[in-house]
Write a protein that binds this ligand. Structure first.
Ligand code: GDP
Ligand code: IMO
Ligand code: MG
Length: 421
């Protein structure tokens, strides 16, 4: 059995969706292991262009089982909308399964996410307002509802009645109207009917895959800089996008991972608040956003853009143990005279080589090395030798900083716009 985790090595939106879509062509199973519909994973292939939020990016291979894993949080309404979008495009969802243990993001989680953000005022996190934080908080506090509860109406009703007081207390703190329990229960029953056939215990399937020596892909959401434990707290998400969490979220033993592919954009972007030392607030930043079309796949927000951050990548490499990396969006740099890489930060007169605490990270300045641009298109490159010499030198440097070999380089959004090494 090979188990490959594909994880974001920066602040999210590195191009995980397109890498998983490519690798899934040869996979037997693709499992999303954390996060919810805060994700926006873009896939461009012969079926069209998709911004997937919950459905694993392996859905396009009818021979692969696509699993929404136990570690995810699922908004049933959002999932049903997405299933319709995908089937309308001619893609079957017969191979889609949801682990019964995944927690449900309910309408009140979304509402609370928005209310909490407003209450944070000038120190808001800039969440996607998809209810992710409140849902994982309920899960940890043991007030959550698992998606498998939909298959047990009596149990579900009792659980709901058990949490309603607490939810209403939270809502009324923000002067929001209390829950309409009957309406919510009826909505849940509708979702139950629509989703029940897809809600299963996925573990026997995963164990079968192991028994028959199948290829399993684990698809991460977001990136390590927004990891709940290791990211720029509190400007983080409420789950762990790092590879170590992949086994827990998918239902595999810790020793199962055979490969970890870090997806690394050739520059940096972030959506949401928090320190981002390499951010360019000038014409170069605008150019990266313009050429890279850097707008959030979930919220449409303009992404903050900057040069490649070598300090962040070393941190990501340690935490994830990359066996290889996929460098994406190289083509976006095709028309720059000079390209920069941040190699350390400056804090006062000290040089900083590690990711410091958030209070310090907010105050550091990036220290750059400058690389010569290649000033020609790379879009047609399909082999390493096709890439301009300056681009290869730049990629070598990224590989050196990540401490891992480059296995893929993407030079356009479409599935085959890829150099495989
Ligand atoms: P994810 O969340 O990590 O899956 O990444 P997103 O889908 O949010 O963001 C990546 C964006 O870059 C999407 O719009 C992709 O279509 C696009 N993209 C991916 N790879 C490339 C590439 O090599 N070149 C260009 N120009 N665009 C790419
Ligand atoms: P993919 O999987 C980029 C960011 C939000 C905010 C922080 C917390 O497409 O890479 P949350 O809604 O999770 O509570 O927000 O995390 N964020 C993302 N940024 N890509 C994503 O997903 C993101 N999911 C959440 O902007 O800063
Ligand atoms: Mg995204």
């Amino acid at each position: 059995m090979t188990v490959t985790a594909v994880v974001g090595a920066q602040w999210g939106d590195e191009g995980k969706g397109r890498v998983v879509d490519y690798l899934a062509q040869k996979a037997d199973m693709v499992i999303r292991f954390q996060g919810g519909d805060n994700a926006g994973h873009t896939v461009v292939n012969s079926y069209g262009l998709f911004k997937l939020h919950l459905i694993p990016s392996g859905i396009f291979n009818p021979n692969a089982q696509a699993i929404i894993g136990a570690g995810t949080v699922v908004n049933p309404g959002a999932l049903l909308d997405e299933m319709k979008l995908v089937t309308d495009a001619g893609v079957s969802v017969d191979n889609l399964w949801i682990d019964r243990r995944a927690h449900m993001v309910l309408p009140y989680h979304r509402e609370l996410d928005g209310l909490q953000e407003t209450a944070r005022g000038g120190r808001s996190i800039g969440t996607t307002k998809r209810g992710i934080g409140p849902c994982y908080a309920d899960k940890a506090a043991r007030h959550g509802l698992q998606i498998g509860d939909l298959q047990h109406p009596k149990w579900l009703r009792e659980r709901l009645e058990g949490v309603v007081g607490r939810i209403n207390f939270a809502l009324t703190q923000y002067d929001a109207p209390p829950l309409d329990l009957e309406a919510l229960y009826n909505q849940l029953m509708e979702w139950s009917e629509a989703l029940s056939p897809r809600i299963i215990d996925t573990l026997p399937r995963i164990q079968d895959a192991q028994r028959w020596d199948k290829e399993i892909l684990l698809e991460g959401q977001l990136g390590v800089m927004r990891d709940l434990d290791w990211g720029i707290y509190p400007y983080v998400t409420s789950s762990n996008p790092t590879a170590s969490a992949a086994c827990i979220g998918a239902g595999l033993p810790a020793t199962a991972l055979t490969r970890v592919i870090g997806v690394v954009k050739a520059y940096s972007t972030a959506v949401g608040a928090g320190p981002f030392p390499v951010e360019l607030l000038d014409a170069e930043g605008e150019k990266l956003r313009d050429v890279g079309q850097e707008f959030g796949a979930t919220t449409g927000r303009p992404r903050r853009c900057g040069w490649f951050d070598g300090v962040a990548i070393k941190y990501a490499a340690w935490l994830n143990g990359f066996t290889g990396i996929a460098v994406t969006k190289l083509d976006v740099l095709d028309d720059f005279d000079e390209i920069k890489i941040c190699v350390c930060y400056k804090y006062g007169d000290q040089l900083v080589n590690q990711i410091p605490e958030t209070a310090v990270l907010e105050q550091v300045e990036p220290v750059y090395e400058t690389w010569e641009g290649w000033k020609q298109t790379t879009r047609g490159a399909r082999k390493w030798e096709h890439l301009p010499k300056q681009a290869r030198l730049f990629l070598h440097r990224i590989s050196e900083l990540a401490g891992a070999p480059i296995q893929f380089i993407s030079v356009g959004p479409e599935r085959d716009e890829l150099v495989v090494r």
